[in-house]
Design a protein around this ligand. Structure first.
Ligand code: GDP
Ligand code: ZN
Length: 299
């Protein structure tokens, strides 16, 4: 079955919603302007949803069914996201490990893979950049260096994004919009216009759109996760979001060790001998305190 013939049971991906229509990309790459079959309720479809649709005319169709989702992000509202590209910059703003760890555990909590992108590699880096490239890469996060001004790292980025739905996240000013403009030629988003003081929900009113990439795959045209809240978790679940802690935690004396005040703690030993980065542990302790504090508020 092809998208060219008048067929039903064709599968597609929702790229955007605009003036009452859904724009669906069929399996051959062609775009269809679709309405909903009566039984499919408006409001249940998200960008990123995979749907079954019937072609009703040239470039037109009707959506019959929404297929089950794997993931559902709320901000930005996108279904079936496969990964997050977490962008930091060499400088302006300087990389911040506290923020990086907060963003990473948020993405871990969503059960999504992260690729760390270090943009502005045309600027001089510092020790923190080296730490990210070495330590974070070693514990399992792929790290890609890019420069949008010098056009460095683009092919690596595209390769890492092929066949996946990717959301770009990171603090303000690191070059997320510039990266999007590079990845999706012809799509000029305004750079450097975002206020330094990003308020909560800044991007919630914008319509999200997925853009097909030249390497295959799609990128959401809106930066996500600029504002960081701790994930809603219990204190005993926090250490699991620090992905390298697991191995060392096996050596803790207590099964329910929180790795703070306890004796014979595998995590503390690992920090001592340099296996675990001291700042990772410090950030863990800070967030642990916040999580415990919030548990108290809700009790
Ligand atoms: P966003 O807030 O993360 O979307 O960041 P923008 O894309 O708006 O970029 C913020 C500023 O950084 C702008 O002035 C860009 O021109 C600049 N910028 C973006 N990428 C690079 C880069 O690779 N190198 C340098 N030196 N500046 C960059
Ligand atoms: Zn412990």
């Amino acid at each position: 079955m092809t998208d060219r013939g008048l067929t039903d049971n064709t599968c597609g991906l929702i790229l955007k919603r605009y003036s009452g229509f859904y724009y669906v990309q069929g399996t051959t790459g062609a775009l269809f302007e679709c309405k909903l079959r009566g039984k499919v309720k408006d409001g249940v479809i998200l960008v990123g949803d995979r749907v079954r649709f019937t072609q009703t005319g040239e470039g037109q169709g009707i959506i019959e069914e929404v297929l089950p989702r794997t993931v559902e992000l709320i901000r930005p509202a996108i279904a079936n996201v496969n990964q997050v590209m977490l962008v930091m910059s060499f400088d302006q703003p300087a990389p911040n490990l506290k923020l990086l760890d907060r963003l990473l555990i948020l993405i871990e909590h969503l059960d999504l893979p992260t690729v760390i992108v270090l943009n502005k590699c045309d600027l001089p880096g510092n020790r923190t950049i080296e730490t990210i490239s070495e330590y974070y890469q070693r514990i399992g996060y792929p790290v890609i260096l890019t420069s949008t001004t010098m056009c460095i790292g683009l092919s690596q980025l595209l390769a890492a994004m092929s066949d996946k739905i990717t959301v770009i996240a990171g603090p303000s000013g690191v070059g997320k919009t510039s990266l999007l403009n590079l990845l999706v030629p012809g799509r000029e988003l305004k750079t450097g216009q975002v206020s330094r003081k990003l308020g909560r929900g800044k991007h919630t009113t914008r319509h999200v759109e997925l853009f097909p990439l030249s390497s295959g795959g799609w990128v959401a045209d809106t930066p996500g996760f600029t504002v960081v809240d701790n994930p809603l978790i219990k204190r005993e679940d926090l250490s699991r979001l620090f992905i390298e802690f697991g191995v060392s935690a096996e050596r803790c004396r207590f099964m329910d060790c929180l790795h703070s005040g306890e004796v014979e703690c595998g995590i503390k030993d690992a920090v001592e001998d340099g296996t675990i980065l001291a700042s990772r542990y410090q950030n863990y302790l800070t967030i642990l305190t916040e999580v415990i504090e919030r548990e108290r508020c809700y009790r």
